[in-house]
Design a protein around this ligand. Structure first.
Ligand code: G3P
Length: 248
């Protein structure tokens, strides 16, 4: 499987800043193309999606969230139809910041996942335990609950998706999980996916996120550990993220 690398900008960058980033990214990619070596996805904030989508070369477009209805009285929300028109292919579901700051729960995330699949997007389902859950030895239980909450009870393989294992304690802290810990969690996720969907799920990329940088990315993105990385802080400068992709 070729490495999958996501740049989650979170709530960073105005449209002007996003344009500057993409101009720099494009020049790096034109100078030294990434070819088919990796699947790279940029996740700008909603306001910058159109500007990024129009100009971006050598990467796919992703959105950080979605509301699970096509249209209606949902003030402040963005629908799958709106994202489709902008050329968005991937959409994050259940990022820890949405679970823990915005209070999103599995039942709601499941609706998002289903709405995305129905509209032909590739959901990126984010799962991960908090520091407290980890200390209590509940990592596996939490991962299975989050996976089952969205994927459980399905008769058939829902179609292409990605799973991102992002331990909450490693996000934005500068302290990543060890590759061994990441490998263990990713393996558990893989076993779950295989148990639920059989061989169909073996092609689902399971990636790691949490304080990934250009120097440590090689430890996470390799056979036996994970299929890629979802990157926050170190994706905010085009040069740094490009270097990270190169090192993966
Ligand atoms: O979605 C990516 C993320 O939460 C990791 O953030 O800043 O630790 O790379 P960061």
């Amino acid at each position: 499987m070729k490495p999958w690398l996501g740049a989650n900008w979170k709530m960073h960058k105005t449209v002007r800043e996003a344009r500057e980033y993409v101009a720099r990214w494009n020049s790096l990619v034109e100078e030294s193309p990434l070819g088919e070596e990796a699947e790279v996805v940029l996740f700008p904030p909603f306001t910058a999606l159109a500007a990024v989508g129009e100009a971006l070369v050598g990467a796919s477009l992703g959105a950080q969230d979605v509301y699970p209805e096509d249209q209606g009285a949902f003030t402040g929300e963005i629908s799958p139809l709106m994202l489709a028109e902008l050329g968005v292919r991937y959409v994050l579901v259940g990022h820890s910041e949405r679970r823990h700051i915005l209070g999103e729960e599995d039942a709601f995330l499941r609706r998002k996942f289903d709405a995305l699949v129905a509209r032909g997007f590739v959901p990126v389902l984010c799962v991960g335990e908090t520091a407290e859950e980890r200390r209590a030895g509940r990592t596996e239980e939490v991962l299975l609950r989050q996976l089952e909450g969205v994927l459980g009870g399905r008769e058939a393989f829902p179609g292409t998706f990605v799973v991102a294992y992002e331990p909450v304690w490693a996000i934005g802290t500068g302290t990543p999980a060890t590759p061994e810990d990441a490998a263990q969690a990713v393996a558990r996720i893989r076993t779950y996916l295989h148990g639920r969907f059989g061989a169909a799920a073996d092609g689902v990329p399971v990636v790691y996120g949490g304080s990934v940088d250009p120097e440590n990315v090689g430890g996470f993105v390799r056979p036996g550990v994970s299929d890629g990385a979802l990157v926050g802080s170190k994706s905010l400068e085009a040069d740094v993220f490009y270097r990270l992709v190169r090192n993966a």
